[in-house]
Write a protein that binds this ligand. Structure first.
Ligand SMILES: [Fe+2]
Length: 425
């Protein structure tokens, strides 16, 4: 039964928080830092468990409480990890008390029981609850209101979701988790830098290019952030691909191809396992793992089609293919510009989203070239020369060996580009 499980999980978390209060004292064999870290991890783990099971709850106040409670447990774990044991303990107690009350209400579904439960928990706290009372005042009132609404037959979830308390708490936890997410991404990036630097640098550029494209599309800030972060992590699954395959100079055989193709799925698995995401980034592992899907359903690993592929993934795909083509690999030099243009135009609407492609092609070349020519040394000195030129016009002009009509590309720019691009080969 979900409620029973969840409640007992909170019970564990409370005892973890209890221990944390005395964790400054050293213990035989286990350092206080180790114990703190274990307890912090436990809290985060329990919080994630609760949040992941929110959908199992059938009533609205239960879902709201569990979602909020789970998030707060994660917050408590993070506070503990930062050495703020007092904060962690307080938060865990609030969550424990409020969730117990809410679950009691849920099973009783009667106003009378609801009122008693609320009174017992909030109005006449005893033991540990007494300590939580003051800190929990606002939060408790909010949960109580939600519960009374529900028990009285009024759906309280709307009120709860619009409640400034709910939003405020969520916002601050989301912010804290966002910082945590970036720290965990940075650890994974370090791991990739040690394992396969070429992939690490590729991911960095794909993230940066995704942000440029997403901003060019005027996507909402949350989408821009997601496309940027997913781009930075999209190939992290290659940590599980043997380096002999990643560095193979020749054509891969069937088995090797199957092994390397698995990296997209592994990206999703690793990100789900290793990273805590705030709610606004909850689907980032899926966004990142889908970067080899195609609009026409002929991609991998799941042959998703157009509407099943998030816009952030479509952005990553264009940024990814552009970066692979314009850089060298163990098996190839940078792709000639003529062929590069053909790949993009040939894949318009089938492999690539036309809107994403257009947003990319209209970007100022001065923004794209530092990423495109990153192997050719520092080009920041010459990049401003291309400020007024769109990258699409520049590449098409290079392909045609003359400025395309209607563009502001000059012959000097074509020559300069060729020198720089050839320098990368
Ligand atoms: Fe990939």
């Amino acid at each position: 039964m979900p409620f029973g499980d969840t409640t007992s999980a909170v019970g564990h978390s409370e005892s973890a928080a209890e221990h944390s209060a005395s964790s400054d004292k050293s213990d035989s064999g286990v350092s206080s830092a180790q114990r703190l870290s274990r307890e912090a991890n436990l809290l985060v783990e329990v919080g994630r468990g609760v949040v992941n099971r929110v959908d199992e709850l059938t009533d609205h106040p239960g879902q709201v409480a569990a979602e909020l409670g789970g998030s707060m447990l994660i917050g408590a774990g993070l506070a503990l990890a930062q050495g703020k044991a007092g904060v962690a303990r307080e938060v865990a107690q609030i969550v424990g008390a409020s969730m117990t009350a809410s679950f009691a209400l849920t099973s009783a579904r009667q106003l009378e029981v609801a009122k008693n439960s609320i009174e017992n928990t909030w109005k006449n706290p005893t033991g540990e609850n007494r300590e939580a009372k003051n800190a929990a005042n606002t939060f408790g009132a909010f949960i109580a209101d939600t519960a009374i609404f529900s028990a009285g037959g009024i759906v309280g979830v709307k009120v709860a979701r619009n409640s400034s308390v709910y939003m405020g708490v969520h916002h601050s936890i989301d912010k804290a988790l966002g910082i945590r997410t970036q720290e965990q991404h940075a650890q994974l990036r370090q791991q990739m830098l040690g394992y396969h630097p070429l992939t690490a640098h590729h991911q960095d550029r794909v993230g940066d290019m995704s942000r440029i494209i997403a901003e060019g599309m005027r996507l909402p800030p949350a989408s821009v952030e997601k496309a940027f972060l997913a781009g930075k992590m999209h190939d992290i699954g290659k940590l599980k691909t043997p380096t002999e395959i990643l560095n193979s100079p020749g054509k891969l055989d069937g088995h090797e191809r199957a092994v390397i193709n698995h990296h997209a799925t592994d990206t999703g698995v690793i990100l789900k396992e290793k990273v805590d995401y705030p709610k606004r980034l909850a689907d980032l592992p899926t966004v990142a793992q889908n970067h080899h899907e195609r609009l026409d359903g002929r991609g991998s690993p799941n042959q998703l089609s157009a509407e099943q592929i998030a816009v952030e993934t479509r952005v990553n795909t264009v940024a990814d293919v552009f970066d692979v083509l314009s850089h060298s690999r163990s098996y190839k030099a940078p792709t000639p510009v003529a062929k590069l243009i053909d790949v993009f135009e040939g894949g318009r609407g089938t492999q690539f989203d036309g809107k994403v492609l257009d947003a990319f092609l209209h970007q100022p070349a001065s923004k794209v070239l530092p990423l495109m020519l990153s192997e050719g040394g520092n080009i920041s000195r010459v990049a401003p020369t291309f400020k007024k030129v769109e990258i699409g016009d520049l590449l098409r002009s290079v392909k045609d060996h003359k400025p395309v009509p209607g563009s502001s590309v000059t012959t000097d720019q074509i020559n300069l580009f060729n020198t720089l691009y050839l320098g990368t080969q």
